[in-house]
Design a protein around this ligand. Structure first.
Ligand code: EPU
Length: 430
């Protein structure tokens, strides 16, 4: 069993370079299924979710060639197998994008229901509604999403999403690019990765308008051709390191970011007394004084991202005064609170609201990463805490953060990965 061992209490100094965006990469890679020819995709993050989605494409018969550490060539011209392997699909949320991509390309898809972080119910009814509006028959049974177009090719449809859904917006876009006629998505999500997927598809010959607004129009084209595309930097990875500096103190230049994508995070950190200086493709984050309390509510973009909720909670645990955190996207995203309490945090949760009473210091403790962003939050708390924190369940963190330990150690954090025999791990779990 591997864990992160963190000796807390060291301010962070230096620079960190941000990798490509996970939630863009896991949609853009399946989008290559729609393309006739070679897609060269650059700025791919080295994380386990990306490895999995590439493995799934390979199982389907895609020709995948690694060009360098962050670039792959994907050629899906000769896909021979359309059965998505259960063992791979169930491990990753983004496997649902295979439904939109396979349905758009072949008029037929059978994909196991996806996995991913446990954040309460994660229905896919809006994805299904979109596919049905384009003429597909969709059946969710025996753990499979089965979708089929009677005529073999989807027809443009119109769908109003009942709630803003990143996954449904992207999946419907994927299905629509090769459909006959125009598809309109209303109440679409506006996250940076929605725009990135649209830019990728447009650069391969698609005709998508309005990505980044709440109405997206997709005029179907006959074929997509190969090309080269570079994935945007990861907004949440950048925000996580910004929160780490806010909690531990210090002065760090966070490079290879789009500062505009960070505005929603920057605004809250500034309210909390953190200095954030925006440069062209970097932000400099400094904190030496006290952390001020504030209230945060998570919302779809451009609101404060739910994927930053646990990390900002780690910072608020150390603020002067009481803060109110409201989760506006997921039903259940406070499973990490008990772990924070083990470190001395004062948090009360009632439904979607957490009331955090700041304490002067957290103390190191053994804690468990119950999901990806909660795991990142445990690391942040450990960096700021007095004493040693050991974080287990780190496979969750490695799903979405490239070289987290190396990047933090590079700015002076005392963090390393340790391996403990499984027997020790069992007796500790008691
Ligand atoms: N929803 C429905 N029906 C649907 C789809 C969504 O009711 O058909 C609800 C969800 O239950 C949730 C809300 O709508 O309450 C928003 O869900 P959304 O579809 O936007 O989430 P997602 O596409 O499953 C992606 C990210 C998540 C991120 C959310 C919100 C990927 C692979 N996952 O999930 O990322 O929290 O958008 O921004 O892109 C993470 O990276 O840690 C992560 C969990």
């Amino acid at each position: 069993m591997t864990k992160y061992h963190i000796q807390g209490g060291k301010p962070l100094h230096g620079s960190i370079t941000i990798s490509g965006a996970k939630n863009a990469a896991v949609a853009i890679i399946p989008a290559a299924l729609l393309v006739d020819g070679v897609c060269r995709i650059e700025n791919i993050p080295q994380i386990s979710d990306v490895t999995l989605i590439l493995q799934i494409l390979q199982e389907l018969g895609a020709d995948i060639r690694t060009v360098n550490r962050t670039t792959v060539d994907i050629d899906c011209s000769h896909i021979r197998n359309r059965q998505v392997p259960y063992e791979l699909a169930r491990k990753i949320r983004a496997s649902y994008y295979l439904v939109g991509a396979l349905l758009g390309r072949f008029g037929w898809a059978e994909v196991p229901l996806p996995g991913g972080c446990d954040l309460g119910g994660r229905p896919i009814d809006q994805h299904v509604k979109g596919f049905v509006s384009m003429g597909a028959d969709v059946d969710v049974r025996s753990g499979l999403i089965c979708a089929k177009v009677p005529g073999g090719r989807l027809a443009g449809g119109q769908v109003y999403l009942d709630m803003v859904s990143v996954g449904a917006t992207m999946n419907i876009m994927l299905a629509a690019v090769l459909a006959d006629g125009m598809t309109i998505i209303e109440n679409a999500a506006k996250e940076p990765h929605i725009v990135d997927l649209a830019n990728f598809l447009n650069s391969m010959g698609a005709n998508i308008m309005g990505a980044g607004t709440d109405v997206i129009k997709i005029r179907g084209v006959k074929q997509l051709r190969g090309g080269t595309y570079s994935i945007i930097p990861d907004q949440i990875e950048a925000g996580t390191y910004m929160a780490a500096v806010a909690a531990a103190g210090g002065d760090v230049l966070i490079q290879n970011v789009i500062p505009k994508h960070l505005d929603c995070i920057t605004a809250k950190l500034v309210e909390m007394g953190v200095e954030v200086e925006e440069l062209d493709d970097a932000v400099r984050v400094r904190r030496s004084g006290p952390i001020s309390r504030t209230n945060v509510k998570t919302m779809p973009y451009p609101g404060f991202p739910t994927d930053m909720q646990p990390q900002i909670a780690a910072v608020l645990c150390l603020a002067n005064g009481t803060s109110v955190l409201t989760e506006g996207v997921w039903d259940s995203r406070y499973r990490y609170v008990d772990e924070f309490r083990r470190m001395g945090a004062h948090i009360q949760v009632d439904g979607k609201v957490a009331v955090i009473e700041g304490v002067p210091a957290l103390t190191g403790a053994p804690v468990h990463a119950c999901d990806l962003r909660a795991g990142a939050a445990m690391v942040i708390a450990g960096l700021a805490a007095q004493g040693v924190t050991e974080v287990d369940g780190i496979y969750h963190i490695e799903r979405g953060y490239e070289n987290l330990v190396g990047k933090l150690a590079g700015v002076g954090a005392d963090i390393r990965t340790i391996t403990v025999p499984d027997e020790d791990a069992k007796s500790q779990a008691g």
